[in-house]
Design a protein around this ligand. Structure first.
Ligand SMILES: [Zn+2]
Length: 276
């Protein structure tokens, strides 16, 4: 599943490919990808120009002229690729935006879980899942004070709390395991029992890891948009995720793997302290 740094990489890759282009026609091969009115999607988009692409957490916000935004969530396998309108259709291509210059942006999704919504720009927080999300790492709102207060309200475990997106938006399974190991917090620690000084560390490491990941994903942009590519440069930097049974680089104890609310979770049983 793409995590926030991967979605940011997609955003940065797509901007030079489609910014400034004007949509001539839209084809919905698999209409269910569009969660808002299909007729409106088909009739309102022709003639609109791509102004920019923003992102909130894992949502891409494709900004169009006339105050419209396509909110796109890739979910498990969604990806975009730029081609020409006469190129043969892949069986997993579900939506096509044909531009006036003859190129076409296609949305491809093997699992068909991704969704698009056409909304008025500025209504993102009311009309989509974005309203339920906490602040993003590295945003001005995401302060250590905010994280301390956010975790105070959470009685569930820290792993699940960071994954549920309501306190901090954009951390997925891989990055949560890495930040908890870096801060020596056991994934089953109760969120509201973690001492404030540890939460400050956690805050700093969340910002740090997202910065590193975005930087490294940025180096493998091209593998990302092609049909096979999901391998980002950060993969090689992972110290915990995917390393079950290997020695912890800090203490040498073998990493263990457990399930936390159904999600595979790797941790060091020696370094990571459980707060209860
Ligand atoms: Zn260790």
């Amino acid at each position: 599943m793409p995590e926030m740094p991967e979605v940011e990489t997609v955003r940065r890759t797509m901007i030079p490919l489609i910014k400034g282009k004007t949509i001539e026609k839209v084809i919905l091969w698999y209409p269910k990808i569009v969660a808002t009115d299909h007729e409106k999607f088909l009739s309102e988009l022709p003639g609109k120009k791509i102004i920019d692409i923003d992102r909130y957490a894992k949502y891409l916000l494709i900004r169009l002229s006339d105050n419209l935004t396509i909110v796109s969530h890739l979910r498990m396998e969604g990806k975009y690729h730029l081609t020409t309108s006469d190129a043969p259709k892949d069986k997993h291509d579900h939506v096509e935006f044909i531009f006036t210059d003859g190129t076409a942006l296609r949305y491809n999704d093997v699992r068909k879980f991704g969704r698009m919504q056409l909304i008025l720009t500025g209504t993102e927080r009311q009309t989509t899942g974005i309203g339920k999300l906490g602040y993003e790492p590295n945003s001005s709102e995401f302060t250590s004070e905010y994280l301390i207060n956010g975790l105070k309200r959470k009685k569930k475990n820290i792993k699940n709390t960071l994954l549920d997106q309501s306190v901090v938006a954009g951390l997925g399974n891989i990055y949560v395991d890495e930040v908890l190991w870096r801060t020596k917090i056991h994934p089953l620690s109760q969120a509201n029992k973690i001492p404030a000084e540890k939460v400050i560390e956690l805050h700093d490491q969340i910002n740090q890891i997202i910065t590193e990941a975005i930087k490294l994903q940025g180096t493998t942009v091209h593998s990302f948009l092609n049909a096979n590519g999901q391998v980002g440069g950060f993969q090689s930097k992972l110290q915990v995720y995917g390393h079950v049974g290997e020695p912890c680089p800090v203490c040498g104890t073998k990493f263990e793997k457990i399930k936390v609310n159904g999600r595979g979770t790797t941790f060091c049983p020696h370094c990571q302290v459980i707060y209860k």
